[in-house]
Design a protein around this ligand. Structure first.
Ligand SMILES: NC(=O)C1=CN([C@@H]2O[C@H](COP(=O)(O)OP(=O)(O)OC[C@H]3O[C@@H](n4cnc5c(N)ncnc54)[C@H](O)[C@@H]3O)[C@@H](O)[C@H]2O)C=CC1
Ligand SMILES: O=CC(=O)O
Length: 334
């Protein structure tokens, strides 16, 4: 379950625990100077497993993913030796940063290296939704038969150039989504904490209030950070503003949407389709009502999964750990 790397396990080397596989080259490089233990299963660690590993052996650094919950209990188990937690992600919402701060543990993330991959993924989900590509795939012509076929059939979609898209969260990912949608000829409205004049100028994007954005958009894309302010930003009250038959794409965090409210607007048809890379909780249990909705596609939190992105995440996180354990200045999370 846990693989051990590092030639001289003499008790003097600093120790790193990594909760997911990282490329062999990175591991070999790291294990020249550190003792490195890696959770080597092809699944995320459970909270209990991580707790157990950090209780049994004390580490100077933990490299985790966005699937791992780093909370007070875990920090208590890790003990005073822990200096740094580096997450293989942009988001840091899975880490109790206040508890880390109080425990004197640095928190590092790897922003920006996955932006393009996530923006591509968001647009891919949007295209699936507006053209109902999921249903097209199920239209089976393998028997050489085109039937049933209707020229004005029920799988009609819309072109992005005929649509108004609302983007919530105009940060790095939102900006790259805008670049792509502008290329497709879509009209872009956005809502964010602050106005982004350069995005307005470059991609003809219009700033709107949340309510106006929801009322005007044929499709809404979520790309804002999760915080106390954005927790359940889309709820029964705000979703009421949606244009009938709108499409919602979420590549941010599941917690930004109240899932009960989402189930209701999907059932009423106000929301024609939900395509989401993330859920609350994750994974969403099989019996959750959202899973029963035919117009809801749930993806396994995988928007960053390109080879380059994942390698860059590993390089970035490991570099932060090396810097910290070598007592050089560390980059703070953005
Ligand atoms: N599905 C996935 O695999 C991935 C998801 N993400 C999620 O996407 C989020 C955004 O990533 P980036 O664009 O790189 O971050 P960023 O920091 O560049 O952008 C975040 C944006 O959210 C906006 N925002 C924050 N609070 C807001 C509020 N109350 N109302 C409206 N807008 C608000 C900010 O103004 C900012 O423009 C991350 O925090 C992460 O949760 C990031 C990478 C991969
Ligand atoms: O969800 C993934 C991230 O990088 O944040």
């Amino acid at each position: 379950m846990v693989e051990h790397h590092g030639q001289h396990r003499d008790g003097l080397m600093k120790k790193i625990f990594i909760t997911a596989e990282v490329p062999t080259r990175i591991l070999q490089n790291l294990s020249r100077d550190f003792q490195v233990d890696v959770f080597s299963q092809s699944r995320p660690m459970t909270e209990q497993e991580l707790l157990h590993c950090l209780q049994c052996e004390h580490y100077d650094a933990v490299v985790c993913t966005y699937k791992d919950r780093i909370n007070q209990q875990l920090l208590d188990a890790a003990g005073d030796q822990l200096q740094v937690i580096a997450t293989l992600s942009t988001g840091t919402d899975h880490i109790d940063k206040r508890a880390c701060h109080q425990a004197g543990v640095k928190v590092c993330n790897v922003p920006a290296v996955t932006t393009h991959a996530v923006a591509d993924y968001a647009v891919a989900l949007l295209l699936i939704g507006i053209r109902r590509l999921d249903s097209h795939i199920q239209e089976d012509t393998s028997d050489g038969n085109d039937e049933p076929w209707h020229f004005m059939g029920n799988l009609q979609g819309r072109a992005l150039s005929d649509m108004t898209i609302g983007i919530i969260g105009m940060g790095k990912i939102g900006t790259e989504i805008s670049r792509r949608l502008h290329g497709f000829g879509a009209r872009i409205n956005y809502f964010s904490r602050t106005r982004k004049i350069h995005v307005e100028q470059q991609f003809a994007a219009h700033y709107q209030s949340l309510e106006a954005l929801l009322a005007n958009a044929d499709a809404v894309l979520l790309s804002c950070a999760l915080s106390q302010e954005t927790y359940h930003l889309l709820n029964r009250d705000t979703l009421r503003n949606l244009k009938p038959h709108a499409i919602l794409v979420n590549v941010a965090r599941g917690e930004i949407c109240d899932h009960q409210a989402l189930t209701e607007v999907l059932a009423s048809g106000q929301l024609a389709m939900l395509l989401t890379d993330t859920t609350e909780p994750e994974p969403l249990p099989p019996e959750h009502p959202l899973r029963q909705m035919p117009n809801c596609l749930i993806f396994p939190h995988i928007a960053t999964n390109t080879l380059d992105s994942r390698e860059n995440l590993c390089h970035g996180a490991v570099a932060e750990v090396q810097r910290t354990l070598s007592t050089l200045p560390v980059t703070k999370f953005s």
